[in-house]
Design a protein. Sequence first.
Length: 201
Amino acid sequence: MGKKKVEHVVFDGMRKIKKKVNINQYNTQTKMKIMGQTDKQSVQQHPFPPLYDKDSKVLILGSFPSVKSREMKFFYGHPQNRFWKVIARIFDQENPTSIEEKKKLILDNNLALWDVIAECEISGSSDASIKNAKANDLSEIIKNSKIQKIIVNGKTAERLYIKYIEPVTGIKAVVLPSTSPANAAWSLERLVDVWKSEIKN
């Protein structure tokens, strides 16, 4: 194994200095701390309710809220997530900035928002780390709206939906490319084209 060196902050008496260290000399947990990573998982519950009304026709499901969304207590809170830009462009509207503007954009266009997972163990915002998940119950949304189509935002949401929700509802979801900044292969323009074709049909 090669000697991978990274800049590590250390203390020399009261002075904080930086030096290059070979991280392979440390155990796994220390390596992760040096690299700014963590393996700590915690049980998280979905901290805010679904967004829909009696006229909602298309339900859009994510996987589980990111750290930023959990802090804001609203959907797609990370500033680099392109979800709100995509939806605004589909309906030729300005990008919403406040939570109230975002709610209006969704409800005025007969959409609904929710997530597949109600509770899980997760490290930060990493969907890949999700364990021991419990699914949300979609029955109230479906019963009290006009939902005709369910869209899942990205492959992780699709996998979780197929595993936890589709066996209960019997409704197949349409998977669309993720609006997450991690999905850098998809430009904003491509996302808008594909999402528009499903939302408006």
